[in-house]
Each structure stands twice: as structure tokens, then as C-alpha cells.
Design a protein around this ligand. Structure first.
Ligand SMILES: NC(=O)c1ccc[n+]([C@@H]2O[C@H](COP(=O)([O-])OP(=O)(O)OC[C@H]3O[C@@H](n4cnc5c(N)ncnc54)[C@H](OP(=O)(O)O)[C@@H]3O)[C@@H](O)[C@H]2O)c1
Length: 250
């Protein structure tokens, strides 16, 4: 059996209805896992689960709302009796503007979902893994958790927070069977970024700065996610895998 095999493992993917989350859920399923897709929009989740196949299921949950995270955990435990993998992928970046034009509300909405949502899912869903004595948490960070991006103060702060949350939690749970790592994508063409990446000026600037000379597809994130979810990374915790076409090597 391959070290990358995920047969019998139950994997929650937040934001699993589209984009990077859906690609990762599909990839985990291809390696044998049973994915549970979580997000705020039921119709999108149902469509995504149908595209993956019979084993996938859905749970409506806003990761920024603690009671909904608890309900997500309890529903998955009721349904499957175990949670082996948690991919904290739900995230937003609705603004690109300087701090002068960034309101407290802008800041708060991004921190609430990207950072507090990751904290709540790690705390409550991760606790179920600690109780089992095993599990892998994959927090989806960004190159923006490692280097600054123009006009993106709240987003960079949120992803930098995810990076440090990951390292600190990895220490707390290192002897308890639960590994915690981040997967940090570069520029991936999804609903989140499509307008920017297609932009004549800004898109070209980003492409020129990407050593591999292309933006990623969501599927480019799958190999690293399967690695982090599986026993192939059994001795790895508190680390960040940058899948960025060389962006941060520059
Ligand atoms: N695309 C990139 O270039 C890029 C680069 C680096 C990092 N990332 C990170 O990768 C992750 C996925 O990005 P993406 O590009 O795939 O974005 P996307 O296509 O916009 O998908 C985001 C997903 O998150 C869900 N979501 C948003 N807020 C949520 C909430 N409060 N609770 C639960 N689910 C929520 C959305 O579903 P609903 O709206 O239906 O809830 C959607 O399924 C994000 O964390 C993002 O920061 C993306």
C-alpha cells in the first residue's frame, strides 16, 4: 500500500464547494478519502459533492461562527465516527486597496474568516482528532503569509497569522498524534483571483514576477495536500509548503 493512500480516512474541507478547496477534496477522494465539503452555500456544495461522487457529503457551515463549527464537527462525527483530515481552506480577499482606504469593517471581515475561522476549526475539529490520538490539519495559507503583497494589509496579516497559529499549535499537539501544517499557494486562477489575474496591468505584473511564467490551476495544489494528509508526511509538523511557481524564491 502506498504511503499516500487515504483509504478509510474522513476529510473535512472547508470552502470545498469550488476553487482550491474543491480540487483538494477531489484529490483526497481520488486517493481513497471520504470528503465532507463545508461552506456557506448549500447549492454549490451539493453540486461539488455530486461531481466528486457518492462518498462525498456536505455540511453548511460558516467557519467564522463558532456554533456552526461545532455543528459541523458533531455532524461529521455522527455520520462517520471519525475525522482524520481537516483542510482549513475557506478564505476571502475582497479588497485590494491601501490602508488609508481600508475600514475597520474590511479588516474585521477578512480576519474573522481567514484567521478566526481557522482558529475555530482547529480548536473544535482538531479536538476530535486529539481525542482519537491521530489526525492531520492542513491550513491553507498563502505566499501572503510569507511576503508582503501590495494593497493587501488585512489579507497578509490574516495569512501571516495562519502561519504562526499553525506553528504554535503544532508544538502543542506534537506528542498527541495530530500534525498541523500549512499549504501556501502562489497565484491560483479561481473565482477569488480571476479578475485580478486577467487584468491588463496588474495581472501582467504578477505574471512577470512569477518565475515559472504561469499562474497555477487549483489542481496544482493537490499533490501537496495529499502528501500532508497522508502518512507520507508522518514526521512533518509545524511546516509550510509553498506551492508558488517560485514566487518566494525570488
Ligand atoms: N486563488 C489564489 O490565488 C490563492 C492564493 C493563495 C491562497 N489562497 C487561499 O486559498 C483558499 C481558497 O481560495 P480560492 O481561490 O479557492 O477561493 P474561492 O474560489 O473564492 O473559494 C473560497 C471558498 O471558501 C468558502 N468560504 C468563504 N467564506 C467562508 C466562510 N465564512 N465559511 C465557510 N466557507 C467559506 C467559499 O464558499 P461560500 O462563499 O459558499 O461559503 C468558497 O467555497 C483561501 O483561503 C485563499 O485565501 C488562494
Amino acid at each position: 500500500m502506498s504511503d499516500f493512500d487515504l483509504t478509510g480516512k474522513v476529510a473535512i474541507v472547508t470552502g470545498g464547494g469550488r476553487g482550491i478547496g474543491l480540487a483538494i477534496a477531489e484529490g483526497l477522494a481520488r486517493h481513497g478519502a471520504t470528503p465532507v465539503l463545508a461552506g456557506r452555500t448549500e447549492a454549490t456544495l451539493v453540486r461539488a459533492a455530486a461531481s466528486i461522487g457518492q462518498a462525498a457529503s456536505v455540511q453548511v457551515a460558516d467557519v467564522a461562527r463558532e456554533p456552526e463549527v461545532l455543528a459541523l464537527r458533531d455532524a461529521v462525527l455522527d455520520r462517520h465516527r471519525r475525522i482524520d483530515v481537516l483542510v482549513n481552506n475557506a478564505g476571502i480577499n475582497p479588497i485590494f486597496r491601501g490602508i488609508e482606504r481600508t475600514s475597520l469593517g474590511d479588516w474585521q471581515s477578512i480576519i474573522d474568516i481567514n484567521l478566526t475561522g481557522t482558529f475555530l476549526c482547529c480548536k473544535h475539529i482538531g479536538q476530535a482528532m486529539v481525542d482519537q490520538g491521530r489526525g492531520s490539519i492542513i491550513n491553507i495559507s498563502s505566499v501572503a503569509g510569507h511576503v508582503g503583497l501590495l494593497r493587501s494589509v488585512p489579507y497578509c496579516a490574516s495569512k501571516g497569522g495562519v502561519e504562526m497559529l499553525t506553528r504554535a499549535l503544532a508544538l502543542d499537539w506534537a506528542k498527541r498524534g495530530v500534525r498541523v501544517n500549512t499549504l501556501a499557494p502562489g497565484w491560483v486562477d479561481t473565482d477569488l483571483t480571476h479578475g485580478l489575474l486577467e487584468h491588463d496591468v496588474h495581472g501582467k505584473r504578477l505574471l512577470d514576477h512569477t518565475p515559472m511564467g504561469r499562474f497555477a490551476a487549483a489542481g496544482d495544489m493537490v499533490g501537496a495536500a495529499v502528501f500532508l494528509a497522508s502518512d507520507a508526511s508522518a514526521y512533518m509538523t509545524g511546516q509550510s509548503l509553498l506551492i508558488d511557481g517560485g514566487w518566494t524564491a525570488d
